[in-house]
Design a protein around this ligand. Structure first.
Ligand code: NAP
Length: 248
């Protein structure tokens, strides 16, 4: 086992943006812990297979990131096994769209729990050990929608705006301990989440993207990975938009 390899936890690392982030860390042969939710392990198995090709030590865990106890157990196991967590990527997220007048309480609560409470759960579970080490990197995946809003996504936008406020507050709390906390706000990125949208919605977004293309998961992963590098050590409490200029 390579003891100098970084220990990296990526929530929602089984597919989409999370998988692309995991692949970036695999290039440096990090020890990667992929958390995902679906009992169907096929996406996470593919991810582990891809990570293995780089010689990275990777495991996947089925965890509901909105569940405080499950998250606590995941981080306890990880720290017991590896002694630390160097990097936390809070990436897991869902969308359950509806216009406000038709949005059920359950749909509101579910999105807020999975997208925002999860970030509290995971960050709190890891921060003590990072404080002890006097170093650490936390990157939270927000969304351009948290900044500009989107009809039908009041729950999603609120959760993603909440991540921005959380990021800045925790960045201030832990900056003195050598830990940076930043957010990345993707625009429209091609993943299963956006594949669910109609061509009409996609085309409407495309119209508004100055760089005139839909983003790829790797566009986001590059920014996330860089924020976790030594080179980005003087950057904290920031929201970096990766949206082809959709928000500027
Ligand atoms: P995706 O392809 O749908 O992947 C979502 C990931 O989150 C999956 O690995 C999924 O695992 C996991 N997940 C969902 N609920 C979970 C739960 N309760 N506990 C643990 N893991 C859970 O989505 P994506 O497009 O890559 O999005 C990744 C992040 O980027 C999300 O936070 C999303 O809001 C944000 N984002 C995406 C876009 C975009 O255009 N795609 C734009 C802005 C922001 P299972 O499948 O195993 O449940």
């Amino acid at each position: 086992m390579n003891d100098s390899a970084r220990v990296v936890v990526i929530t929602g690392g089984s597919m989409g943006i999370g998988r692309a982030v995991a692949l970036k860390f695999a290039e440096e042969k990090a020890k990667i812990i992929v958390a995902h939710y679906d009992p169907d392990d096929s996406a996470s198995s593919t991810t582990l297979e891809l990570l293995g090709r780089y010689g990275a030590e990777a495991t996947s865990h089925k965890v509901d990131v909105s569940d405080y106890g499950e998250v606590e157990a995941l981080f306890k196991d990880t720290i017991d096994r590896f002694g630390r967590v160097d990097v936390l990527i809070n990436n897991a997220g869902i969308a359950r769209d509806a216009l406000l007048m038709r949005m059920s309480e359950d749909v509101w609560d579910t999105v807020l729990k999975v997208n925002l409470k999860s970030v509290f759960n995971c960050t709190q579970a890891v921060v003590r050990s990072m404080v002890k080490m006097k170093k650490g990197r936390i990157v939270n995946i927000s969304s351009v929608v948290g900044q500009i809003g989107n009809p039908g996504q009041a729950n999603y936008a609120a959760s993603k705006a909440g991540i921005m406020g959380f990021t800045k507050s925790i960045a201030r709390e832990v900056a003195g301990r050598g830990i940076t906390v930043n957010a990345v706000a993707p625009g429209y990125i091609k993943t299963d989440m956006t594949d669910a949208l109609s061509e009409k919605v996609r085309d409407a977004f495309l119209e508004q993207i100055p760089l005139r293309r839909i983003g790829e998961p790797n566009d986001v992963a590059e920014a996330v990975y860089w924020l976790c590098s030594e080179a980005a050590g003087y950057i904290t409490g920031q929201v970096i938009h990766v949206s082809g200029g959709l928000f500027m």
